[in-house]
Design a protein around this ligand. Structure first.
Ligand SMILES: Nc1ncnc2c1ncn2[C@@H]1O[C@H](COP(=O)(O)OP(=O)(O)O)[C@@H](O)[C@H]1O
Ligand SMILES: [Mg+2]
Length: 424
């Protein structure tokens, strides 16, 4: 199973590139589903077909299916309860460690439905590959950070998962009457499904994020921040697509200047996303609509060039191309350990690290991630941090004062991907 998430600033061509990718993957022999989690659905428009919540075959391209998740209404009511409950608990406890801005990241019902649907479709076994057309930058980050955010609130504020479930269930059923078992089970299932959805999307052997951008400075700047934030949250960015490049051979003074500014933006792109495949798509004279035009666009997108070939676009489900290395890794021995995670494009000055209970809190600008430390590292002191090869490396030293007598030799050892499992 392969999942490709497409994200980027509004209007850069996420929907078009997603659709073209899905057309190419289906042509390569993979049973492919194109699905949009953007409430402003437009994959139906770009394919020139009517779509529904359930996957529909796309006429003209055997093996291609498309669906648009209907996120409105279905879940709004119960999520509003959970949300206001959590906010209530937070203010009642007056917890100093919970920052006001963290409340804001509690997402809306739409994101939850989108995640659950994605997981359901992936688990159906009906598809080899799923291409996801995501909402613009901000919403996508909220979507991807969601399970961890919920996990954090759940554990931190309420104690054991069982107690969380009971309390949330009670708040959903409303005050009159006792929480009923059906609702309680439903909420329990919801939380575990969300964790499973995150596990699916944070698994770099399954899911890769493809940043879509246009060669404009503001767009590139946003893509750079997105690259950092996605990496911080543990998602593998696997490629960059530059859309709407001026085609060679069109002239005039106006276009000459535009070409010049695109060239400058491309220099930034190349410097910023070094090591990732950078694919290029020219502006076409007309909006690419329908399977035939999307296939033409895909031919440009996946044309042989400096970027490595997309395995699905050519020969069916092949091996996954290397991303940015392991998501998170703990190495070291004898009381000295390093935790490293991909964190590209960060200035030292923008980075803040702190410990909060058993968590390590990494803040970059206005993006924050709480990383549940493997138990061995919880008993270590943080000794410093450095950047190497696009990764943040944090040094830990065993602190004998924190180890129970006789256990001081216990080693955290290598715990590849440890933090991926430990949400919250
Ligand atoms: N390479 C291209 N050439 C010409 N028009 C394009 C190209 N890529 C996208 N468009 C057009 O640009 C507009 C925005 O693209 P869209 O894929 O909807 O962006 P997003 O999903 O990022 O908002 C659409 O009208 C689309 O048809
Ligand atoms: Mg779109």
């Amino acid at each position: 199973m392969r999942i490709a998430l497409h994200t980027g600033k509004g209007g850069v061509g996420k929907t078009t590139i997603s659709a073209a990718t899905a057309v190419a993957w289906a042509a390569g022999g993979a049973r492919t589903l194109l699905v949009s989690t953007d409430p402003a659905h437009s994959i139906g428009d770009v394919l020139g077909t009517r779509l529904h919540g359930e996957p529909t075959p796309v006429p003209g391209r055997p093996g291609l299916f498309a669906a648009q998740v209907d996120t409105r209404g279905r879940f709004e009511q119960s999520w509003r309860h959970i949300r206001s409950y959590l906010v209530g608990v937070l203010s009642a406890r007056g917890m100093a460690e919970v920052q006001a801005e963290e409340l804001v990241v509690l997402p809306g019902a739409e994101e939850i439905v989108a995640l659950l649907e994605l997981r359901r479709l992936a688990a159906s076994g009906d598809y080899d590959a799923i291409v996801v057309d995501c909402a613009p930058t901000g919403e996508t980050l909220r979507l991807l950070a969601l399970p961890e955010t919920i996990g954090f609130y759940a554990q931190r504020l309420l104690g054991t998962p069982q107690r969380v479930l009971r309390t949330i269930a009670a708040s959903i059923t409303g005050l009159p009457g006792a929480p009923n078992a059906t609702v309680r089970d439903a909420v329990g299932e919801l939380l575990s499904e969300l964790m499973a959805a995150r596990a699916l999307l944070a698994d770099p052997t399954i899911t890769g994020v493809r940043l879509v951008l246009t060669p404009e400075r503001m767009v590139v700047a946003e893509a750079r921040r997105l690259f950092t934030a996605l990496s911080l949250h543990g998602f593998a960015v696997e490629a960059v697509t530059v859309n709407r490049l001026l085609p060679p051979g069109v002239g005039g003074e106006f276009l000459r200047r535009q070409r010049e500014s695109q060239r400058e933006a491309m220099t930034q792109v190349e410097e910023s996303f070094q090591g990732l495949p950078i694919r290029r798509v020219p502006t076409r004279p007309e909006e690419p609509i329908g399977v035939a035009q999307l296939a033409e666009l895909a031919a440009d997108l996946f044309a042989a060039g400096p970027a490595p070939a997309d395995p699905l676009a050519t020969v069916g489900a092949g091996p996954v191309t290397a991303g940015t290395g392991p998501a998170m890794e703990v190495t070291g021995s004898d009381g000295w350990y390093q935790l490293s995670l991909p964190l590209p494009l960060v200035d030292r000055g923008d980075l803040a690290l702190s410990r909060s209970g058993t968590d390590l809190v990494v803040t970059v600008g206005d993006v924050r991630r709480r990383i549940a430390l493997p138990s061995g590292l919880q008993r270590c002191t943080t000794e410093g941090a450095s950047f190497a090869g696009g990764r943040l490396v944090i040094d830990f030293a065993a602190d004998p004062a924190q180890w129970p007598a006789g256990l001081a030799a216990g080693v955290p050892g290598a715990v590849p991907g440890a933090a991926m499992a430990g949400a919250g």
